[in-house]
Design a protein around this ligand. Structure first.
Ligand SMILES: NC(=O)c1ccc[n+]([C@@H]2O[C@H](COP(=O)([O-])OP(=O)(O)OC[C@H]3O[C@@H](n4cnc5c(N)ncnc54)[C@H](O)[C@@H]3O)[C@@H](O)[C@H]2O)c1
Length: 446
């Protein structure tokens, strides 16, 4: 298999995040703690996972980071926008995810990250407001300001490449409007200040125009529209989304495939969460919650396929709740109650109680996505990066395909894509060559 031509990861990679809150500061501080104090970047495939190459008995499993040419942690620069003026150290202290002791170890570096003024529209995020916000005569003017920020950051930090990862609050749910349906309509809408163009769309448009890959870490529809998909294709830019798959959905996309693989039925699946961080506060608004609910709810139908297995899953009751409960802070607690049934319809239950830390799960995802998106861009892989579905609750996919939600399949897809671009044999897990099923006495083909 021929290897894809990948430009080397020379120079520095700038990772820009709209949003300097719990997720982004935990990500930044973690990378700093890793590179300066040797903390293990737990949860990151790019840093810790191996990839098997060749046959199972070949014993060849290098680390992913030694197999594909990724940017090094020491070559990363950080930049951010936020509606609050706190620097990354202050924001991380307020988020309260990492301890004061750990943050203190990288305080100097964190303090240097000061948020650029944000593009903000209260209509899209109801429950917060802040002073560090841009003003402009129209939305095109705001685009130009973000583009100027991107260029200034790149120059100041002497970066050769950039990636943008949305880590800001969840915007309210909106339906796709005519202004989103073509690039022409979208650009006209920017000039006319169309109310259906949200701040995240302005950041995404500005990023793509500047040649910067864009990742949507939240559930709003930013990239799910013909206009920006068309722009990404025209400009040859990698895009990916949406909504980091961290806690309950991660669990769901591991457990649901197991139930279906075993042909066990499900009558109901009730999922609820309590969390008390700023993300929880924003999600307390019904508009923002609706974006989240849609992205969280779609996974079961696609995994369980009730249309193909009506006896097992038709009419299954699926409910997802998120409750804002301040005492929990970033320590989200999720409960899943699964009413399942087995042989002869006999009922059983599974209860999952996940006491997780939201941003601890999200931070390595931000790192991996930034590094893989930079890799994709250097490999000239343009448009939506479906192979990164593993990281998303509602992965982008070609219009005529259904999304792949099964965590194991997503994982296999990711690793096979890495093998593919590096010209290595894909691994099908068939393994027939290790056995002599037909008694022909042939040794296993190596
Ligand atoms: N933590 C997880 O497990 C997880 C999983 C999936 C998705 N997410 C999403 O990631 C996002 C960040 O989560 P978080 O816990 O860091 O939230 P957070 O509230 O701590 O941080 C978000 C930050 O974005 C800022 N912000 C809001 N609108 C902005 C704008 N238009 N431009 C720039 N900054 C803006 C806010 O002021 C805040 O500081 C949320 O949308 C959340 O839904 C998080």
């Amino acid at each position: 298999m021929a290897k894809i031509n990948i430009e080397p990861a020379n120079g520095k990679l700038g990772i820009l995040t709209p949003g300097l809150g719990a997720v982004s500061t935990t990500f930044m501080a973690g990378v700093m703690l890793s590179r300066k104090h040797g903390f293990a970047p737990v949860g990151s495939l790019t840093q810790m996972q191996t990839i098997r190459l060749g046959k199972r008995d070949a014993n060849n499993s290098p680390l992913i980071k030694d197999f594909v040419p990724l940017a090094k942690l020491t070559d990363i620069e950080f930049g951010a926008w936020d509606i609050f003026p706190d620097n990354a150290y202050e924001a991380a202290m307020k988020a309260g995810v990492l301890s004061k002791e750990h943050l203190g170890m990288v305080k100097d570096e964190l303090e240097k990250i000061k948020p650029m003024t944000a593009v903000f529209d209260h209509k899209f995020i109801k429950n917060i407001d802040g002073p560090n916000v841009k003003t402009g005569k129209d939305k095109l003017d705001l685009v130009e300001q973000v583009r100027a920020d991107i260029r200034a950051f790149k120059k100041e930090k002497n970066c050769s490449r950039l990636v943008m990862v949305w880590c800001a609050s969840t915007e309210s749910y909106i339906e796709e409007q005519p202004v989103h349906r073509s690039l022409e309509a979208f650009e006209k809408g920017l000039a006319e200040g169309d109310p259906s163009i949200s701040p995240s769309m302005i950041y995404a448009y500005a990023a793509i125009m500047e040649g910067v890959p864009y990742v949507n870490g939240s559930p709003q529809i930013t990239l799910d529209m013909p206009a920006l998909i068309e722009l990404a294709r025209q400009k040859g830019i990698a895009i990916a989304g949406k909504d980091f798959k961290t806690g309950q959905t991660l669990m769901k996309t591991a457990v649901a495939p197991m139930l279906k693989n075993r042909m066990l039925g499900v009558r109901g699946w009730f999922s609820t969460n309590i969390l008390g961080n700023r993300d929880g506060l924003v999600l307390d608004d019904p508009g923002s919650f609706k974006s989240k609910e849609i992205s969280k709810k779609s996974v079961l139908d696609f995994i369980l396929q009730p249309d193909k297995y009506p006896d097992l899953y038709k009419g299954m009751y699926h409910k997802v709740r998120i409750e804002y409960y301040p005492p929990k802070g970033d320590d989200k607690e999720g409960w899943d109650n699964i009413d399942l049934f087995g042989w002869m319809g006999y009922p059983m239950q599974i209860k999952i109680n996940f006491l997780c830390k939201d941003s601890i799960l999200a931070a390595p995802i931000v790192l991996d996505l930034a590094l893989f998106m930079d890799l994709a861009q250097r490999a000239k892989m343009h448009g939506m990066q479906e192979w990164l579905s593993f990281y998303f609750k509602a992965p982008m996919h070609a219009p005529d395909l259904y999304p792949e939600h099964d965590l194991s399949i997503q994982h296999m897809k990711l690793k096979n894509t890495l093998r593919y671009i590096m010209g290595e044999e894909l691994i099908t897990h068939l393994g027939i060559e290790y056995y002599d099923y037909w008694g022909t006495g042939k040794e296993s083909k190596k």
